[in-house]
Write a new protein. Sequence first.
Length: 340
Amino acid sequence: MTASRKPKKIFVQFAIALVVAVIFGAAAIFAGFMVIQAVSSNAEQVQKEAEEKVEAAKAEQEKYLKLQEQLSQVPRSYKVVQALTDLNPGQPITKDMITLVDVNDRPTPGTLDRISQAVGKVVKSPVMSGEALDNTRLIDTGGLFSVEPGKRAITIRVDSIGGLSGALAPGAHVDVLTTVNQEDTSITRTLLQNIPVVSMGGGGGSASNQAGLREAEKTNAGGGNLAVTLIVSPRQAELLTLAGQLGGFHLTLRNFSDHQKQDLAGADLTALMTGLQPAATKKALPASPKPAARESGFHNVNYSGGDSDLPQPSAVNPSGPKFTMQVYRGTGSETIDFQP
């Protein structure tokens, strides 16, 4: 009895396990089907969206081609700047000399298309009335300094010390000193006074001259020659050119409010040692009696002439005693004969 129940129990358990396996298998198949269906639906949606985008792109392309075709049929105009009158070389351009017009033909590269591009520039080559302006026929003066009528711009070179060691700047006013070496001496004099500085280092005097200023400071710090551009009269330009051939330049900086000019005689070795002006040593010396003999000391005046027992000379006695004075100038000397 007990043996017959065991096979029955095993059969029931097997049947239950089979049913459970069938149920899970069916669930797995259903889940797989649902996943496949979802993936397929998503793929169809993506494909549909891609097809819609392709159609939209085609529509946009057709629209662009149609618009381009319409534009090609409409004449296109270009803006150019033309001269209202004949323009001569060296003539500055003002607003009343030019106008802005429309043209159908494409202008050549460099042709101006705005009034502001031409105003303030200087004509380089002749321009006829009605001609278009381009950059090759104009000179841009925006980076240059302006020279007043009757004045000249000239560039001189000074060393780092003569250039005030970095204290110099465009807009300053300076005095120009030069030293000339003669046969036996050197003379320094103030050649020009109250001269405006417009640029340094080869740049212009405008605000765009920062590169030139940096280059000037670099050159100045290195102890080399510094180019300084000044505004002078034609006569002053001649003097500066001649002085540049004979000697070097030094600059002295003025206060911005100081425009007074002084009468300066210059300085040589005699003036340096004695404090006298160079012209003072060339004046006629007053009459003086025979100097008393001195036992020692340096004499820079040699006396020769009449005896002390002779009568005093007078204006009617041309044969009276003569005096000789020897004046030393640096390493040289000058002998002056005079008769009281």
